[in-house]
Structure formats: C-alpha cells, structure tokens
Design a protein around this ligand. Structure first.
Ligand code: GLN
Ligand code: ZN
Length: 767
C-alpha cells in the first residue's frame, strides 16, 4: 500500500483579485485602519488554507503569509529590527513593519507627535533567481534576537481554529543570516540566533503543530566551507526542540551539499524535483529510511501543466526506494505563479488547456497521488487521459512550432553575431554621421508616464478610444517630449516611450509566440505585482513594432533620436518561458525577431538604436559553474540582435539594478558602442571596475538617481562626472541619468535634466 502525503512550501499571498494589494494601498493612504487591514489579511489566509484543504492536501501551510514580505515578518519574529530606525515605544509593530518596508521621512508619519529622523527603508533585493524582492535584514555585532512577535503563533491558532492540520513554514537560520547584510562574519550571530529558533519551535510544538518546514534554499548555492559546516551543529541544536522538521531546499540542485542535506538531524527533506530532477534517485538512496522525503514534482516556478505520465515514471523508482512512502509537493512556494486560471476566459481554449496556475497545481498534486494510490480507479484514469491529451496536443501543436523560425535558427552563422567593423572604426564613422560634442548628453528612454497617457491607454483598452485617436494622442506626447528635450539642450533624444505600457509587454504583444493573461499577477514586492507574458511558441515578428513612432519622432528634430528596443534576455527573463526547449533557443528566437527590428529602424534612417538589457545579470544561474554557459548564449543573443546594424549606426545598451564587476568581460563582449548604467547611488564606485578592466567602448554612468524625487544640482553632477573621469578616459564618457524617467513628473525631470546638461557643458569647457 502506498502512503503519499501532499503539501506545498507556500502559497501566493496577494489574493485571487489582488485583494492584498488594494487593502495595503488603502491602508497606506489612510483610508482604512489596522483592524480593517488585518481583517482582509485573515480572510485571505482563510481562503488560501481552504483551497489547500479542499484540494486534498494533508497540511495547510502557515507562516508563508506576509502583509509585505516574508523576510520582514521574520525580522520582527526574531526581534532584530535594525537599531537605526530608532523605533519609539509609541510605534505599533505594524507601523514599524511598514517603516522598515517603505522608509520614513522626517515627518511625523506615525502620528505620535514626536519628531522622527528620516530613515530609508530596508534594501530590497531579488529572492534567489526569482523576480520576487525581499527586504534585506541588517546585522551588526550588536544584533540580538528574541521571540518578539506573536503574529506567527496567532496565525497558527487561526488555522487551527478553522480546523486545519498545520505545517508551519519558517525561513531557516542559515539562510536568514546568509540573506542579511552589514557584517562580514554573520555566522558569529548563529550562537545568539539558535536559542530563539529553539524557543519558537518549542512553542509551535506546544501548540500541537505537527511539522515545521525550515527553508534553507542556500543549500543549492556554492557555499563557503564555514557555512556548510554550520549546518550540522545548527540542525542538531534545532532538533532538540522535538518538533519534526522538514528541511526545505529549492531552486537549484544540491550537488556537493546532497549528502550533507540527507545526513542532517531532521525528520524530513524537501527537494526540488524539477530543477534537481536528476538528483532525485540519489536523494532517495542517501536519505535514511526513517526520514520523510518530500519531492517537489510540480513546477512552482512556471505555469505549464505538469506532464503527469513523466512525473509518475520519475516517481516510480523513488517510491520503490522509499518503501512506497513519499510526500508530494510543488518544487517551491507557489508565490511565483499566478493564483488561478479560472478568470482567464480571454486565452484561447487550446492554450488555456496547457497551463496550470497555483490552484490548478494543487489539483495536479491530488491527481498524482490518486494515480499512485488508486491507479485502477476509472475517474483517475479519465483525468490522466485528459492530461495526456493536453500534453500531447501541446507537443504536436502546429502553433508552437514554426518551421521558418527553426530554419532561420539552424542557418544562423557566427557572422550574424558580429558587427561589420571593429569599434575603433565604427566610432569614427558614427562621429562623422552624428557630430556629437564631448560628453554627449542623453536619457535612457522613457519620459514621465503622465495620468493622461495612462488614461489614453486605458480608454483604448476599453475601446472607448479608437486606434486613430490613440495614435494621435501618443504622437502629441512624443512631440511634447521632443520639444522639451530640444529646449533642455540634450544631444541625443528619445521619443519618450509614451505608447509603451511596459518594456516587455509592449514587444510581447506584437510578437508571435506570446500570450497575455488577464489576471495572471505575481507579487514582485509589497503591493507591487507583475503580469509576465507567456512565451508558448516559436517567436517571430510579423511586422515592424516601433518604426513608425521612431520615424515620427525623428521627423520632428534635426538631432538624432534613438530607436528604443528591449533586448532578448530581458524579454526572456521577465516572461514565463516555455519548458519544451532550452532557454537559449527561445532567447535566440527573440534575438532574431529583434534583429529584424534593428534592421528596419536603420533602413528608416534611425542612426542610433538602444537595446535595453537590464535583466542580463539577473539571469545568472545560482551555481557558478553554470554562469559561463549562460553568459555565452546571452551575449550571443544580444550580438545577434545588434549585429545586423551597419558600422555607422550606433548601438546603445542600458543596464541597471546590478553589480556588473563580475561580468565585465561579457559586458564588453556585447560590443555595444555605448552602454549606459546605473551608478549614481554608488557614487560612481561601480565605475571603478570598468576603469580597471579598461572597458573599451563608450560608457554613460548615470549621474542621478531617478528612483528619488530629489533633484540634484549641477555641481553634484559635475563632481560625479569628475570621479568618473578619474577612472574612464573623458573621450569615452556620456552624460545621462541612471534609468528611464517614466515614474517621475515633468517638472522635476526638466529641472534635473537642465542641471545635467549644464554639468556636461561645464566639463566640455574644462576639457
Ligand atoms: N528604456 C527603458 C526606460 O527608459 C529602460 C528601463 C529599464 O532599464 N528598466 O524606461
Ligand atoms: Zn534602467
């Protein structure tokens, strides 16, 4: 008799209709009080637990809910709010929570009447290789821990009161320390941290919690020896609490940490059965027989229906080794996928049939168990058959496979990835064509997306505005942006991206092989959600996408206007990607489509084309050994996109949100004529790497932070540029902001850019 239990590492918090987002925003602008916010949160938790129970899961997961972020919850649970916030006794835990998440200005926002000093929010950064951002804990030698919040225990009681069997999910102590910043020897804090975990586990045990899942995804990283060695004593100590622990790993294979993970003194181990599928048998072998093995067989990172037949054949040998006992799960928390397919009536039925979001993934788990336990059941057989049909349909679909795209990919030569001349020659030809001054000024692409622009787009979506009227409104915006840039005296102009909702969605909507959901929201951070496109088939470009706008903008001015494109890796990285071919192939298909756009822009007389790749670095695999192969195909995809441009056409690229110093050879290998990067927040420190590396092409280090409403003055920007000149030869330098200006207002933007142009002129005079 097979003994299969079902659970999930975590569930989306934001709600089927993004209820949490709207509740948070209403609360922040003072429309609701904490009681109302708490009520919405409790309703969502209750609904999400009910969904897990109704699908037949053996436990509901508690502790995965957070108003803003799970790491922020954990910081409060452990009582390690950074001292720099100087919280007063009058501030409630909820107020402190949102201050850590969103920062505090000098104003008395909490209403306690005493003056506070301004404190910036906790830094936000990507959770492993996902697009979810967590709040970074801050540690110092003085950091102390205590059980400082009742929230987790209250939520456990809440679930128990609803009659649920509870499994608690907790961030593990080593992963928590690893994620923090502020000190070199974070492991030194472990000794203080573990007794607090012990106390939490003891309380959970006293509440009758059957299992605690302790998340240690860092076991899938290249860990320094000290961190690896810390696992055994840590778990030996946590195990003393007597609460059964399920150590959870995900996102990456365990590799050299596999035997360590199997040996740890815990009651069970969860592994990612999708990304580490090849390790399953090893884990099943190594893990002692008395321990629970939880296999994350359903993909928590993507939106495709599971191929149940192949999942079952993968599980069969594992079950044999585990004497028929297993837990089944999703590979990781379902935080990273949308809530449900139910509202997606707009997707055609064939595509709809290929997908599974969070709720559907719960049903897949239930069906997998049924297929293992009662395979002879007719209803089970029927359900499996319908899955089989959907999977086979997708595999054979003529829509997915486009012979012309395949042929083009196969015929791709190395030459396609090379510009027609080396940079030194291109530079001369481009200078003859563009005649730019020293320290040329430009912007990154977008200008303020005003309420009017957004209203026009919404009206078009509701079909209240026809295409002609919409195009007219957008042309007026472009004309305004061009006029402003001429007044400001910028050298290289942009059309302003008024017509773009989003830098990926805009292209995806015009490319074949992409689909868009109506409600497929995924939390990015706090109340912010994104709706990634779904790349379901071979990608091709039926028609030019940006040429009309670019030509219109260029027609308004004598100065060069940059054509503005999103690069293949960023499009790939910010979409749900098909799982039936390597990511590299999908990237190259996108590259070919974008290459055609570059060619068309050039043919239409556009002299400069910018290909944005802000997501190039975030695509790096978690394991270092896989960096080189990724970077190879990512760089090649960019080069194929740009390679079609003639020598006199200037190719720009733009990157932000990142440390680049570890991938400088690859950034140089992109061979863009100009790269603009985010540097102002690091006061040009980031640029030193480019200097040491002797970065060969032109470079525009951002001279002001567009994320802040603060308007920098000329002197400040001159000082930054002088710092830049100390490491990069002046002839290579451009002058530009850190990133696009779409989130800013026109007034602040105009003042900042006026100062920026004045700074460039000052430098020219000194040169
Ligand atoms: N061209 C884009 C813009 O200006 C670039 C955005 C980005 O780098 N994230 O908005
Ligand atoms: Zn940017």
């Amino acid at each position: 008799m097979k003994n299969i239990s079902l659970h999930i590492p975590g569930f989306p918090r934001i709600g089927a209709q993004r209820e949490l987002k709207f509740a948070l925003e209403a609360h922040w602008c003072g429309e609701t009080d904490p009681v109302q916010l708490a009520a919405t949160a409790a309703t969502l938790r209750a609904r999400h637990w009910a969904a897990q129970r109704d699908a037949g899961l053996d436990f509901v997961t508690v502790g995965d809910f957070a108003l803003y972020d799970g790491v922020a919850n954990h910081i409060q649970l452990l009582g390690c709010e950074p001292a720099r916030f100087a919280f007063g006794a009058s501030e409630t835990p909820l107020q402190r929570y949102f201050i850590m998440a969103r920062g505090r200005s000098g104003r008395d926002e909490c209403g306690c009447g005493s003056a506070h000093s301004a404190s910036p929010a906790l830094e936000m950064t990507k959770w492993f290789d996902t697009n979810y951002h967590y709040l970074v804990p801050e540690f110092t030698d003085a950091t102390e821990f205590t059980v400082a919040s009742e929230r987790l225990f209250d939520e456990v009681a809440e679930a128990q009161a609803l009659g649920h069997a509870v499994k608690v999910a907790l961030i593990g102590p080593l992963t928590f320390l690893w994620l923090g910043k502020g000190m070199d020897h974070k492991l030194a804090l472990l000794e203080r941290l573990l007794p607090v975990y012990g106390a939490i586990l003891a309380r959970l045990k006293a509440m009758g919690v059957a299992w605690v899942q302790v998340d240690e995804p860092i076991l899938g990283l290249d860990l320094p020896a000290a961190w690896r060695n810390a696992f055994e004593p840590t778990y030996w100590q946590l195990n003393q609490a007597g609460t059964p622990l399920l150590l959870a790993t995900y996102f990456s294979p365990l590799e050299e940490n596999l035997s360590l993970a199997c040996r740890l003194p815990v009651a069970g181990l969860h592994v990612d059965g999708v990304r580490a599928a090849h390790e399953l048998i090893n884990v099943a072998d190594w893990l002692p027989a008395h321990k629970v093995l939880s296999v994350g067989i359903v993909d928590g990172r993507n939106i495709w229906r599971t191929d149940l037949d192949s999942a079952l054949s993968q599980l069969a040998p594992v079950l044999d080794k585990r004497a028929g006992a297993l837990w089944l799960s999703t590979s990781c928390s379902l935080l990273h996928v949308p809530y449900s397919l139910a509202p997606e009536s707009g997707l055609d039925s064939e595509l709809n049939n290929w997908l599974a979001f969070a709720l559907e993934k719960l049903d897949e788990l239930a069906l997998l168990r049924a297929a293992l336990v009662t395979p002879e059941d007719a209803a089970v057989q029927a359900a499996l058959a319908s899955f089989r049909q959907a999977i086979a349909g997708r595999r054979a679909s003529k829509r997915v496979h486009n012979a012309a795209v395949a042929a083009r990919l196969a015929a791709l030569t190395d030459e396609a990835a090379n510009r027609p001349a080396p940079f030194a020659e291109r530079r001369v030809l481009q200078q003859i064509r563009l005649n730019l001054p020293a320290f040329p000024t430009t912007t990154i692409g977008s200008f303020p997306q005003t309420p009017q622009i957004r209203a026009a787009r919404a009206a078009r979506r509701r079909r209240e505005l026809d295409e002609v009227a919409y195009a007219k409104a957008m042309r007026a915006e472009i004309a305004h942006a061009i006029g402003q840039q001429e007044l400001l005296g910028l050298d290289v102009l942009v059309h302003g991206e008024a017509e773009r909702n989003d830098m990926v969605e805009y292209f995806g909507e015009q490319l074949d092989g992409f689909a868009f959901t109506a409600n497929g929201w995924v939390q990015s951070y706090g109340s912010r959600c994104v709706k990634p496109p779904v790349i379901w088939g071979d990608v091709s470009r039926p028609a030019p996408m940006t040429v009309d706008w670019a030509v219109y903008a260029q027609g308004l001015t004598e100065r060069p206007v940059k054509g503005m494109l999103t690069g293949p890796i960023t499009i790939l990285q910010w979409s749900f990607v098909r799982d039936d071919q390597p990511r590299a192939d999908t990237a190259m298909q996108i590259a070919l489509a974008m290459r055609d756009e570059v060619a068309d822009l050039e043919a239409a007389g556009i002299a400069i084309v910018q290909i944005d790749e802000p997501a190039l670095r975030e695509g790096l695999p978690l394991r270092r050994a896989r960096h080189a192969p990724y970077l190879d195909w990512a760089v090649r995809a960019f080069r194929v996109t740009a390679g079609v441009a003639g020598a006199a056409t200037q190719i720009h690229t733009h990157m932000c949100y990142a440390e680049f110093n570890d991938i400088l050879p690859q950034i140089a290998a992109l061979d863009a004529d100009v790269i603009t990067i985010e540097t102002s927040r690091s006061a040009m420190a980031l640029l030193e790497g480019f200097g040491d590396f002797q970065y060969p092409n032109d470079i525009g280090p951002g001279v002001y932070d567009i994320h802040s409403p603060r308007v920098p003055d000329r002197r400040e920007m001159v000082a930054l540029l002088k710092k830049a000149q100390a490491v990069i030869p002046a002839r290579q330098l451009w002058v530009n902001p850190d990133c696009g200006l779409k989130t800013r207002g026109w007034e602040e933007t105009a003042t900042a850019l006026r100062n920026m142009v004045a700074a460039a002129r000052e430098l020219r005079q000194e040169a």
